[in-house]
Design a protein around this ligand. Sequence first.
Ligand SMILES: [Zn+2]
Length: 293
Amino acid sequence: MDLEGRRESSNVEDRRGMSAGRKVGIGGIGGLIIAGLITLLMGGNLGDVLQNAGTMGMGMGQEQQGEVDPTQFTEQEQELAAFSKKILAGTEDVWTKVFQEQGLGRYTPPTMVLYTGSTSTGCGQGSAQMGPFYCSADQCLYIDLSFFSSMRQQLGADGDFAYAYVIAHEVGHHVEYLTGTLNKAHQQMSRMNEKDANRISVRLELLADFYAGVWAHHDNKMFGSLEQGDLEEAIICAQKIGDDYLQKRAQGYDVPESFTHGTSAQRMKWLKLGLQTGDVRYGNTFQMSDAQL
Ligand SMILES: [Zn+2]
């Protein structure tokens, strides 16, 4: 990607290198973990959309205020942080414009929280093992930047556009939150058995992939950010985080009814559709039968 001269977002809270502070059990607040960007990457069935089903306030984690000393990070870590802030800034510019043009109202950006290891969130304790995730209760996306090295080492999914896709996918959940899709889906899921809830989860995740594609379409239009090979990077990444691919890789077989994110083919399809159209009206994963997804 060509990000030369691009601004860095200021909607960022840098908690890297800070201790996790007061531990708050997710179970204790009735929090619900739903779905995930790359569930099996770290070997756990964890997810990237945390929902606060309880009444816990949003002040958690506020005790972690303080300045981060930039000298404690390697050059590579600082580059990744700057990169993530530029991508986030791009999502702000794109979604502000798209919301306006496509009649979705006013876009309010999420905050990106950079952390190391574990951190408290409006949805309970978050940890790096979960991979990047979004919490609608505090409208933050949480990323431990070491995730990007895991992507490279464990999945062979590498390249700056693949990393950008991860951030744009989490911002996609924020778009789902702003449009009301996320809360509606979570309400439905809370009344369902696991198998049916998973079918809703897949639709949420594929929609977030689609929104990541919509972002890339417009980011490229506005800033000329895409370079040769970028699209392939993201498509390969989408392929390597399909539930079928990850399950076969981890255990030798896949169990379709346990899928929470969609297959490799589905994830590639929806990312591509967003990339090609740049039009949110095509993001109709909730109007599709399982076979059409
Ligand atoms: Zn997701």
